[in-house]
Write a protein of this length. Structure first.
Length: 97
């Protein structure tokens, strides 16, 4: 009787082991499908990658710094020449109304 019960438990163990392996395979397949679908959705939404965003942010920061430096140089040159800066709204168009 012990051989029969051992064989039975061996079969149950083998069956459980096979089921666990199959479940892991199914999980990997599901993970792959979900990942591929998520990547497709993100590509379709045309979302910017983090690296590209950081690069653009850095370029904007450098441009602002350069703009401020140029403003300071212009102000210094105008002061040296005795010229006053134009008013900020001098470029706007006036309409009769």
């Amino acid at each position: 009787m012990t051989q029969t019960s051992n064989r039975f438990f061996d079969e149950i163990g083998r069956l459980m082991n096979d089921a666990a392996g199959a479940a892991q395979g199914v999980k990997r397949e599901i993970d792959t499908v979900v990942r591929n679908q998520a990547e497709k959705i993100l590509r379709d939404l045309d979302i910017v990658k983090r690296e590209e965003f950081e690069a653009a942010k850095e370029m904007a920061r450098l441009a602002r710094e350069e703009n401020e430096a140029l403003k300071a140089r212009i102000s210094a040159l105008e002061a040296k020449l005795g010229v006053s800066s134009p008013a900020p709204d001098s470029g706007s168009m006036k309409t009769d109304g």
